[in-house]
Design a protein around this ligand. Structure first.
Ligand SMILES: Nc1nc2c([nH]c(=O)n2[C@@H]2O[C@H](COP(=O)(O)OP(=O)(O)OP(=O)(O)O)[C@@H](O)[C@H]2O)c(=O)[nH]1
Length: 342
């Protein structure tokens, strides 16, 4: 039986990759390079929590503390590593600090002067932002940039942040408060991955207002304690990080029940008989580029142990607790119905 998943539990961390970079935990042997890169006034003067000059021992202490914070699931300060002639080189750092009570995390980054102007910052920060929204139990990311640092502001906008306002923030390197612009970003701000509708089946008719109707079958699996199974959309899918009812798109020629039986086998490795699927309610919701029609079934009997097949997190959730799990907008009315029914 799958463990009850706490949506705020720290996720395991494995290095993140982009086309050119690896973002990995800092290591003791990075200290000398880190010190060389950050003990540079042009870098340090833009950073709120970095003293200048930067003592060499501080690099060792800081690296040790970042490893503890990752283990505790409180912050992820990572090395931005590139390759030069087949050798790993430290280019800068990118970090996230969880502010769990506000369901947000703060993003920060710096890149050594030698690597400026190559898009390293947005590539690293954008990757970590995507990971954070998909894997931490948060609703948004926050960040700030010095008013006098338009390059950092542009970076934040480029990866999806929206400017909120202006504030004053203490800067260790400057010995006092400095004006900053504040930013935030939710899943809806993530660029370049709009909800893609599937390729249309040959006979698909556009809906009234020109959007195609996409039929998705979903199920509330209910265990003997009356808990409902939610699955978290994995990274790489639209709306990654949101919790949803297991299910998926109905293929051309398939019935909604057959689609669900197939999806439950593929996603959770369980066998469900059609007679155990009880129609319960449906969602009809307009997304930006398609209209979702989603029947929701109830199911209390299946064969096999529920086992995630696609690396997705699973949670058995008591009906009163469903609201603690951020879900796609289409699911909101279904959750209310389910809570009343169970
Ligand atoms: N399974 C499921 N999908 C939902 C729910 N709510 C909701 O808006 N959706 C939307 O319905 C669509 C389902 O697509 P999917 O990507 O899960 O379907 P699939 O497994 O066939 O995906 P694939 O195309 O990656 O193979 C997505 O746009 C998803 O955001 C829900 O509670 N469960």
């Amino acid at each position: 039986m799958t463990e009850l998943h706490d949506p705020t539990a720290p996720p395991p961390f494995a290095p993140l990759r982009t086309d050119r970079l690896t973002l990995r935990p800092l290591r003791a042997e990075d200290a000398a390079d880190l010190h060389r890169l950050v003990n540079d006034w042009e870098v340090a003067k833009m950073l709120a929590r970095v003293p200048f000059p930067y003592p060499r021992e501080l690099a060792d202490e800081w690296i040790a503390s970042t490893r503890a914070l990752i283990a505790e699931g409180r912050a992820w300060h990572l090395a931005i590593v590139g390759r030069e002639q087949e050798k790993e080189v430290l280019l800068g750092c990118v970090g996230l600090t969880l502010q769990a009570e506000r369901r947000q995390a703060e993003l920060g980054y710096w890149v050594g002067r030698k690597s400026w102007g190559q898009g390293i910052g947005p590539e690293a920060a954008g990757r970590l932002a995507r990971w954070a929204l998909a894997n931490l139990g948060i609703e948004k990311l926050v960040a700030s940039a010095l008013l006098e640092n338009p390059r950092s502001q542009a970076l934040l906008r480029r990866i999806g942040f929206r400017q909120l306002g202006e504030a004053a923030q203490d800067f260790l390197s400057r010995g006092g408060a400095m004006p900053v612009l504040t930013f935030e970003m939710t899943r809806a701000d993530l660029p370049a991955e709009p909800m893609p509708a599937p390729p249309p089946p040959a006979a698909a008719e556009p809906a009234a207002e020109g959007k195609r109707i996409v039929l998705v079958s979903a199920v509330a699996l209910i265990d003997p304690d009356g808990r409902v199974l939610l699955a978290r959309r994995p990274e790489g899918k639209p709306l990654a990080g949101l919790w949803e009812f297991p299910g998926g798109k109905v293929h051309p020629g398939e019935t909604p029940e057959a689609a669900l039986i197939r999806e439950l086998k593929e996603e959770l490795a369980i066998d469900v008989a059609e007679s155990c699927l009880a129609p319960f309610a449906f969602a009809s919701h307009g997304y930006a580029n398609f209209h979702l029609l989603m029947p929701l079934y109830l199911c209390r009997r299946w064969e096999g142990a529920v086992t995630p097949q696609e690396g997705q997190a699973l949670a058995w959730v008591r009906p009163q607790k469903l609201a603690d799990y951020p879900m796609p907008p289409a699911d909101k009315p279904l959750v209310a119905l389910l809570r009343d029914f169970l």
